[in-house]
Design a binder for this molecule. Structure first.
Ligand SMILES: Nc1ncnc2c1ncn2[C@@H]1O[C@H](COP(=O)(O)OP(=O)(O)OP(=O)(O)O)[C@@H](O)[C@H]1O
Ligand SMILES: [Mg+2]
Length: 455
C-alpha cells in the first residue's frame, strides 16, 4: 500500500494537495495531444520527464468535470442508503441529482456516483484507467462519464444515470419480470455495437471485462458498456496480442487468455459469446447452486447450441416459448462461433452485429398465452368495482413497462467514507460471497502487467 501511494503521488500530484505544497504553476507533460490521438494510461503513469502531471489538465479536451467531494456529498444526500444503487468490486454506487445550481454549464440530470472502496478489490489504477479511457471515448453504447473526484485518498466517478441498472439485475434477479426475446436481442446488438466501436477505434481498445453486470440499460433497453477499469490498448505494430496479467471474471474470460496471458480483441468476442448464452438460457455463466455438470454454462450448453432439436432444452424457461425459433437458432450458432476454442475461428464484433441486427425483428414468435394481470391500486382507483380482470398477451418488448429499477443489494461493507483512509487493505476477494469470481481483480500499481507465471 505504501509503495502504491508513492506511485499515485507521482502520477497525480494534484490529488495530494495537502502533502504537496504548490510550487510552480502546473505543467501538462502529456506528449500526445488529445485531439489527434487518445492518451493511454501509460502516457500518464510512467512519465519520461520529471515534471509533475495533472490529470485534469491532461484531459482538458474531454469536457470531464472535476467534482469536489463536498459537491458529490451534496448531490447524493451524503451517500444516503436511500440513494444506494448497488456495489461491485470497486465500491458502492449511489444515485445523485445535479441541479442547475451545482455547476455553470452542467445541465440538471440524475447521475450515478461510484466511490472507490479503499478496502475493496480494486484501486487507484482501475479508477485512473476508467477516467482515461471513458473520458476520451464517446459512443451511444458506452456509458457516459460526466466527471470524477480525486481528493486525498478519495476516488469517485460520476456517470450518466441509467434507470434500468445492469443486465445482470434484469436477467437474473429472482423477482424481476422476464425480459422478452426481442429485448434480449436488442441488448445483445447494443452491447455488440459498443464492443465493435472499441475494437475498430483508430487505437484499438480491448475491454477485458465484458459481462452482464457491466452492461447497463437505459429506459428503452439501449445497452451501454460500463467499467473500463480493466481495459487495455490493443496490440500495436506487428504484435498479434498484448501480454498481460490475467484479469477479468471467471466464467467470462477466454480460455487462451487465462492459460497464456495473451490478450486480443478475440478474448472480448469469447466473453460476448458467454453473455449471449446467458441471454438465451437465462442462466449465469457460473452457477454453483446447480448440479456439477451444469455449473459452467459454456461447458453445459455448448454441445446443444448447433442442434436445433436440443436447443429448446437450454432456452430460458422464463421466455415460456415466446421466442423466434429461427432467431434462436441463429443466435445459438453465433454464440457457438464466439465460444470457439480457437480465437481465429471467432467472428469479429462487426460480423456479430451483422448477424444479430436482423434478429431483433423476427416475427415468427408464437402468439403468447393470455396472462391474468393482478389489478393494482391505480386500477382500483379507476374502477369502482374494485376488481378488474384484465387479460393481455405477454408484454411486447418495446412497450413493456416495469415498475422502476429494483436495486440489487449485496452484502454491504461499512461505507468507505465512514472508514479511516489509513485502514489496511485485505487481500483480494477471489471467489467472494457476492458471486464475483474475478480471475484476479485485485490490482495495485505494484503489480506489473506482465504475463502470468501460470494459471
Ligand atoms: N450509471 C449507472 N446508472 C445506474 N446504475 C448503475 C450505474 N452504474 C452502476 N450502477 C449500478 O450499481 C451496481 C454496481 O455497479 P458496479 O459496476 O460497481 O459493480 P458490478 O458491475 O456489479 O460488479 P463488478 O465490480 O464486477 O463490475 C450495479 O448493480 C448497477 O446496477
Ligand atoms: Mg460493473
Amino acid at each position: 500500500m505504501t509503495f502504491m501511494k508513492g506511485i499515485w503521488k507521482s502520477m497525480l500530484p494534484g490529488c495530494y494537495k495537502g502533502e504537496y505544497p504548490s510550487r510552480k504553476p502546473k505543467r501538462v507533460v502529456s506528449t500526445k495531444p488529445i485531439c489527434s490521438q487518445r492518451i493511454s494510461v501509460s502516457d500518464l503513469s510512467f512519465p519520461s520527464t520529471t515534471f509533475s502531471e495533472d490529470l485534469s489538465m491532461s484531459l482538458a479536451g474531454t469536457n470531464l468535470h472535476v467534482f469536489t467531494l463536498a459537491e458529490l456529498k451534496l448531490i447524493t444526500q451524503h451517500f444516503s442508503s436511500s440513494n444506494f444503487l448497488g456495489e461491485g468490486g470497486f465500491g458502492p454506487v449511489h444515485k445523485g441529482f445535479i441541479d442547475d445550481k451545482l455547476r455553470h454549464g452542467l445541465k440538471p440530470q440524475p447521475v450515478a456516483v461510484k466511490l472507490l472502496d479503499l478496502d475493496g478489490s480494486q484501486g487507484h489504477k482501475e479508477w485512473l484507467t476508467e477516467v482515461v479511457f471513458l473520458g476520451q471515448l464517446r459512443h451511444p453504447h458506452l456509458v457516459k462519464l460526466i466527471g470524477y473526484c480525486c481528493e486525498e485518498d478519495h476516488r469517485l466517478l460520476v456517470y450518466e444515470y441509467l434507470p434500468r441498472g445492469s443486465l445482470e439485475n434484469q436477467l437474473f434477479r429472482r423477482f424481476s419480470a422476464s425480459l422478452p426475446w426481442s429485448t434480449r436481442m436488442k441488448i445483445a446488438v447494443g452491447a455488440a455495437k459498443g464492443l465493435t466501436f472499441l475494437h475498430e477505434a483508430e487505437k484499438q481498445v480491448i475491454y477485458r471485462d465484458f459481462k452482464a453486470s457491466n452492461i447497463l440499460l437505459d429506459s428503452d433497453y439501449n445497452a451501454k458498456l460500463s467499467d473500463f477499469g480493466l481495459a487495455k490498448d490493443g496490440p500495436e505494430g506487428d504484435d498479434t496480442h498484448v501480454s498481460t496479467r490475467v484479469m477479468g471474471t471467471q466464467g467470462y474470460a477466454a480460455p487462451e487468455y487465462v492459460m497464456t496471458g495473451h490478450l486480443t480483441a478475440m478474448s472480448d468476442v469469447y466473453s460476448f459469446g458467454v453473455v449471449l448464452l446467458e441471454l438465451l438460457t437465462g442462466r449465469r455463466s457460473v452457477d454453483k447452486s446447480k448440479v456439477p455438470r451444469e455449473q459452467n454454462l459454456v461447458e453445459w450448453a455448448r454441445p446443444m447450441l448447433n442442434d436445433p432439436r436440443k436447443l429448446g432444452r437450454i432456452m430460458d424457461p422464463k421466455l415460456e416459448g415466446q421466442y423466434s425459433e429461427m432467431g434462436s437458432r441463429k443466435a445459438a450458432a453465433l454464440a457457438y462461433q464466439c465460444l470457439s476454442h480457437r480465437p481465429r475461428n471467432r467472428p469479429t464484433m462487426s460480423a456479430v452485429v451483422k448477424v444479430l441486427d436482423p434478429l431483433q425483428d423476427f416475427d415468427d414468435i408464437p402468439i403468447g398465452p393470455f396472462v391474468y394481470t393482478v389489478p393494482n391500486e391505480s386500477n382500483n382507483n379507476n374502477n369502482n368495482s374494485g376488481v378488474e380482470s384484465s387479460f393481455s398477451p405477454s408484454p411486447s418488448p418495446n412497450k413493456e413497462k416495469k415498475s422502476g429499477h429494483h436495486h440489487h443489494h449485496r452484502h454491504r461493507r461499512p461505507h468507505p467514507l465512514a472508514k479511516s483512509p489509513k485502514s489496511p487493505r485485505p487481500h483480494s476477494h477471489l471467489n467472494s460471497e457476492n458471486e464475483r469470481h474475478h480471475t484476479n481483480r485485485r490490482s495495485s500499481s505494484s503489480e506489473s502487467d506482465s504475463p502470468p507465471s501460470h494459471t
